[in-house]
Design a protein around this ligand. Sequence first.
Ligand code: UD1
Length: 362
Amino acid sequence: MKVISVVGARPQLVKLAPIAAAFAETDHQHVIVHTGQHYDADLSDVFFSGLGIPDPDVHLGIGSGSHGVQTGGVLTAMDPVLDAEQPDWVLVYGDTNSTLAGALSAVKMHFPVAHLEAGLRSFNRRMPEEHNRILTDHAADLLLAPTEEAMRHLSAEGLAGRSVLAGDVMVDVCLRIRDAVLAGEHPEPVLPEGIDPKAPYLLATLHRPDNTDDPKRLAAIVDSLANLPVPVALLAHPRLVVRAEEHGIKLNQGSLHSGRPLPYAGLVAAVLGSAGVVTDSGGLQKEAFLLDRVCTTIRPETEWVETIEGGWNQLVPNPHELGAADWAAIATRPAPAGERGTPYGDGRAAHRVVEFLEQHKR
Ligand code: UD1
C-alpha cells in the first residue's frame, strides 16, 4: 500500500510523527508531501528533527498568502505529484488550508482520501478551520475520528457510513514525549527572558485570526495577560508577532514575557513546568489536559469539549471584560480533584489508523 501524507502547518507535523512511526513498522510505502504553508524553522524544521520524522519526499514551497492563494497554490502543485505517485490513499490532517487543498486535489483526480481528525466542529463559521474541516469531511472517503463526539457530528451530517473511531494520535506523541522529558532525555526548554522556570508561571499562546487581527481586541487581550498576578510565558506565533508589530502592541509588558515558539519536547516540558495554560490553540488545550494542567481558552467555543468536563479547561471569550480579580482567579485556578476518563484514547491511535487504511483500501 502506498500512502501520501499531505502536511504543511505545525499542528500537522505533530500528528504526522506517530503516523510516520507506525508506517515505519510496516512494509507500506509512506510518502510525505510538505506544502510549505509553514516555512519558519520554528514552526516546521524543528518538528521534523525533534520528533524523528523522515524528511519530506516532496516540498511544494507554497508559503504565506491569502486563503485563496494558499489553497489554490497547493491544489495546482499537487496534480503532478499525485500523477507521479499514484497512491492508494491520500491522508490529510486536521483543518488547515493544506488539509482542504490536499483533499480536493485527490478527489478531483479520483484518489481515495482519508481525513485524520475528522468530525471536529466548533460551529463557528468565522473560523477558516471550520470550513476546511467540514469541506474535507464531506469530500473524503474515510473519516478517522478522534473521539465519540466527533463520530456523533459525522453521523449528524450523514457521514456515519464512512466514519471510524480511531482515537487521537496526539495522545500517542504527547505521552511518548512526556515520558522522554520526565526521563531527562531532552534539554531544558528556552523560556522567554524574564521567566524563572523554578517559580510558578502560566504558559500562553495566541494565534487565531479572531484574536490577533483586530487591533482593539488584540490590545485588550494582551493587556489582560500583562495584568495577571503571575508571570506569563508567551510563546509568540509569527502571526501574533506580525500583527502586534503592525499595531504597535507590546508583547513584553507587565507580567507578560514573550519569546519564540518551542519545539515539541520543549513545549511539553514548558507545560509540565507551568502552573497552567492560557491559549487559543486547539492542540494545546488537549496537551494541557493530557499533561494534567488546567487550561483557560480565549475563545467562545472549543472543539475539544471533553476538556471542559470536570473543569480542566475553561472558556473565556473576552478576558478583558472580566474584572482583574475574576480573570486572575480563573487563569490561576487549581487543578480539579477526582479521576478523569481517557476520552482521547489509549495512545495507539496511529497503529489503528494504519489498520483502517489497510482494511478500507479499494
Ligand atoms: C495555520 C492554520 C491553523 C493552525 C495554525 C497553527 C489555516 C487556515 N490556519 O494558522 O488552523 O492552527 O496554522 O500554527 O490553515 N507565518 C510566518 N511563518 C510561517 C508561517 C506563517 O511568518 O512559517 C506568518 C505569515 O505572516 C502568515 C501568518 O503567519 O501570513 C499566518 O500563517 P497561516 O499559515 O496563514 O496561518 P496560521 O495563523 O499559522
